[in-house]
Design a protein around this ligand. Structure first.
Ligand SMILES: NC(=O)c1ccc[n+]([C@@H]2O[C@H](COP(=O)([O-])OP(=O)(O)OC[C@H]3O[C@@H](n4cnc5c(N)ncnc54)[C@H](OP(=O)(O)O)[C@@H]3O)[C@@H](O)[C@H]2O)c1
Length: 286
């Protein structure tokens, strides 16, 4: 019978978190990978993990997926506007299933960030608090992949453009957030816990400098007003809503909202987070 369940296990973070539990010595038979489509988790099934199908938006699928589960890693959904109700469905199902703790992937500084995405996380944390069951909020900072995935574009253009001003990001790789999530799931905590997670803060000019050092190509950072940045993203092919969203995230960085001095990530990992240079070097090596 599974003891631990991980939702979103067909996605990047969830899959790494399942692997993180196994790496920490949890027997595969004690892990349930909760996914929408079982075929997407065939690799995990091959390792002996129990794959259970469920859809956050179909509450009737959630109870059976959580049957017998003691601790749940709830990886936040990726549909803005739907997330709070989806998370509420999962929290309700977890309560009914007798789950003893929910570990929820939230957003850095969720209680004070004014970024448009923060509302979903703030409201989800409120639902968790109101449910009255013990929870751990993992407030993840930005993924370094937000930048690493665009490395070839930066190299081609010789620049990173953005609207982050003098703001800094406390970002980390998905693998590190997932490893921290696995560690948090295995911790015997009392009451509710909140971890503010992110690597050492870096500004975008510093990020450009690291990329230059790692690749040997000169890359600089050019700061634009948010509206101009959104228009540049539109010209690069992003749709209106996505361009506005990306520019809004940068405005949030500029306000200092995606930075933390917390050592929570290092503490959960038991080591330093993977550095920006290492992540960029790996992306460059392909
Ligand atoms: N901190 C950051 O910078 C940052 C950036 C982006 C996202 N996020 C958040 O972090 C989460 C995990 O990131 P990620 O990179 O692992 O995202 P991802 O690769 O897109 O994975 C999302 C996972 O959620 C599952 N999912 C989505 N809707 C679902 C539903 N209705 N029912 C069941 N499962 C559903 C997906 O299942 P399918 O495989 O079936 O689609 C997938 O397994 C995201 O969902 C988002 O909330 C954070």
């Amino acid at each position: 019978m599974p003891v631990y369940a991980v939702t979103g296990a067909s996605g990047h973070l969830g899959r790494f978190a399942v692997q993180g539990l196994l790496a920490r010595g949890v027997p595969p038979s004690e892990v349930a990978a909760v996914v929408r489509t079982a075929g997407k988790a065939a690799d995990l099934a091959a390792r002996g993990v129990q794959v259970r199908e469920a859809d956050y938006s179909r509450p009737q699928t959630l109870g059976p997926a959580l049957d017998g589960v003691d601790r749940l890693l709830l990886v936040s959904g990726n549909e803005p506007g739907q997330r709070v109700i989806q998370h509420a469905n999962l929290i309700g199902a977890a309560r009914m299933a007798g789950v003893s703790r929910i570990v929820f992937t939230s957003m850095l500084n969720a209680d004070r960030t004014t970024s448009p995405v923060a509302g979903d996380y703030r409201d989800s944390e409120r639902v968790l608090r109101e449910a009255g069951m013990p929870f751990t909020a993992l407030r993840n900072g930005l993924y370094l992949e937000r930048y690493a995935d665009h490395l070839s574009e930066y190299l081609k253009a010789g620049e990173i453009i953005g609207a982050a001003g003098h703001g800094r990001i406390s970002a980390a790789s998905r693998k590190d957030y997932a490893a921290a999530a696995a560690a948090a799931v295995l911790r015997d905590e009392r009451g509710n816990r909140t971890y503010e997670l992110g690597g050492p803060p870096v500004g975008l000019p510093q990020l450009a400098q690291v990329i230059s050092e790692v690749t040997g190509a000169k890359v600089t950072y050019r700061d634009l007003p948010p509206g101009e940045y959104a228009r540049a993203l539109r010209r690069a092919g992003l749709d209106e809503a996505t361009a506005r969203f990306v520019a809004d995230v940068d405005a949030s960085i500029a306000r200092g909202e995606l930075e933390t001095s917390s050592a929570d990530l290092t503490n959960l990992l038991g080591r330093a987070a993977t550095s920006v240079a290492e992540v960029m070097r790996a992306a460059h090596a392909g």
